[in-house]
Design a protein. Structure first.
Length: 142
């Protein structure tokens, strides 16, 4: 059964916890139904992201992330730096946080580090919209 972050958000703790679960999802540890509303909007600004922006259901999103991970063995996402949580009401808030993704080196390729920021719009404890921007290069911190 899917779980959700408590929708009555009065501080940043629920937003930070949801973002941490978002990273777990991208690390292949959760199904999208554990986080996402029944339908949602994805807005990825990266070149080539047109396909992901068409996804609006949990099963397709989970399958997409699994395929993405299969093409990048060992990729690991982690939150990096402080989160910004903006509470719009008892059942609605935004959380934004920088992240770092690392694809380990292999015999043919050096380690790849990707930094970015994801902004999650949350309603009733579920993500209803995602804005994501990322780029190769140095992490935000360190």
């Amino acid at each position: 059964m899917p779980t959700s972050v408590t929708p009555n958000v009065t501080d940043t703790a629920a937003g930070i916890a949801l973002y941490d679960r978002w990273a777990q999802f991208w690390n292949g540890e959760l199904h999208a139904a554990d986080l996402m509303a029944p339908t949602f909007v994805l807005r990825y600004a990266q070149v080539g992201a047109e396909e992901i922006n068409q996804i609006s259901d949990a099963d397709t999103f989970t399958d997409h992330v699994a395929a993405f991970r299969a093409d990048r063995p060992g990729i690991h996402y982690q939150a990096e730096g402080p989160a910004v949580v903006s509470v719009d009401g008892d059942e609605s808030y935004h959380v934004a946080r920088p992240y770092l993704a690392v694809i380990p080196a292999d015999a043919e390729h050096p380690e790849i580090r990707i930094s970015g920021t994801d902004i999650l719009r949350v309603r009733e404890g579920r993500i209803v919209e995602v804005w994501s921007v990322s780029a190769f290069g140095k992490p935000f911190y360190g």
